[in-house]
Design a protein around this ligand. Sequence first.
Ligand code: NAD
Length: 259
Amino acid sequence: MSVLDKFKLDGQVAIVTGGASGLGKAMGKGLAEAGAHLVIADINLALAQETAAEFETETGNKALACKVDVTSQQDVSQMVAEVMETFGRIDILFNNAGINEHVKFEDMPYDRWVKNMDVNINSMVLVSQEVGKVMIKQQKGSIINTSSMSGIIVNTPQPQAAYNTSKGAVIMFTKSLASEWAEHGIRVNTIAPGYMKTELTKDYFAQGGDMIDTWMKFTPLGRPGVPEELQGAALYLASDASSFVTGSVVTIDGGYTAL
Ligand code: NAD
């Protein structure tokens, strides 16, 4: 098999949570271009349907839009049932949905803290357990979790203790699951992006000012990333090209964490 063949995902089925926009959409598109059928699992059904239609037109592979709040166990198990009914297998799970808030810790209401944890880390528990039942039966699967460089370093100057804490948990969750599920042929890795231009960050970039200047000053490449710059790593981790990779953190941050 040639090295390029190892990146092919022909006929495989990939679920991407938060796949309707931003990083999830771009990484999902990369998997679809490599041959995978995609499940766009997002709380925003209209946008998920738009994205699914775009993928089908552009790649010729199937794309299914599912309305899922990843913090709801009921939504998650319904989604997995629908995917199994439609495709009969799940090869790749991308736990990617996430939220971010800039709030001083002393002003952070506890329910907002819990919401951040629910969307950014507890959702990965719900979705991985449900999809894991399928992957364990298959004795094969690749799970990729979107963490952040915020799980490794503390970003400045914005106050975002909840976000940083949740992303640190994603990294440790990834390593723990990689260790537990290796015996089932399931690999688990995480991509830790730096500052990327998406819906999540567009207002910050639009405002500009000291915060953005600081972000760019500490990014050696001197610019934010664009979502398509994560596609190569996503495809690598999803495919057999990374067959000996599990429990790894792939940092894609323009050099931010090198400083
Ligand atoms: P985004 O806001 O553009 O996209 C997030 C997607 O998740 C949206 O489609 C949204 O509808 C969906 N979503 C939100 N809550 C959901 C829920 N409860 N259930 C299902 N879907 C839900 O954000 P993005 O920038 O593409 O971020 C994607 C991931 O990347 C997040 O985990 C984020 O923390 C992480 N990340 C982003 C950056 C960045 O600079 N943009 C950097 C590092 C990590």
